[in-house]
Write a protein that binds this ligand. Sequence first.
Ligand SMILES: C[S@@+](CC[C@H](N)C(=O)[O-])C[C@H]1O[C@@H](n2cnc3c(N)ncnc32)[C@H](O)[C@@H]1O
Length: 232
Amino acid sequence: MDHGDEPETEPYADDECVSELEGSKLVRVKIDPIQAPLPRDVEAFLNDAQRRVDEFLEERSTDRKLGFFPSDYPLVYTFLDAVRQLDTHACSLCEWGSGFGVVAGLGAFLGFSSCGIEIDPRLNRRARRLLREHRLDVEILEGSFIPEEFAHTAPWSSTQTSTIFCGAGSNDEVDVTIDDFDVIFAFPWPNEEEVFCELFQRFAANGALLMTYHALDDVHVYRKVSTEDRDG
Ligand SMILES: C[S@@+](CC[C@H](N)C(=O)[O-])C[C@H]1O[C@@H](n2cnc3c(N)ncnc32)[C@H](O)[C@@H]1O
């Protein structure tokens, strides 16, 4: 893949331990996206999704409260496909802040048991319709992907971030927790990657992967690794 000039803000190198925390470390995983023509059904899904997203953004162009911005779906697919092949035991995927549910849908195409968590009901209605019409078995959960215990401790105010850090958590409402998933996908806003990494590291299962999309056309992949029982 041609990344062009590497972004100056690249936070962590591949294989670098990003942080150590309470018996675990978070490691940046080197991953080569899979460059192959999109399967036809995936291409049809993405074309339809992009058309609906564009219409929605056009209609809402003056809505300042809209926290939705789409990732580059064909690019994300190439990384998700690589993650699928890297970790054949990984079978469950959750899209944090799922918007139109497109990445969760791509996960279903790749054989993941896939779901999305989204706080905005307008997006959830559209995501469920899109996924149903493409016969994708993806559950969209309404609420927050941020557990309340983390929301209360995070050093953020609503003016510093576009992600909504407080409010009811779907994690509590629908019996889904972060450590239920092998792979999490998220599109953090520019200053949010660190806090998304921390959230993931605190609550994800050991061995789970976090994929983050960046508007500089890149996807970062991290793995949570246990640092306990090294001799066991
Ligand atoms: C940058 S958009 C990314 C949308 C989608 N993942 C994609 O790649 O196209 C971030 C999404 O997160 C949602 N969001 C913000 N805070 C949230 C929260 N605490 N829980 C669930 N969704 C949230 C927003 O409504 C928005 O749809």
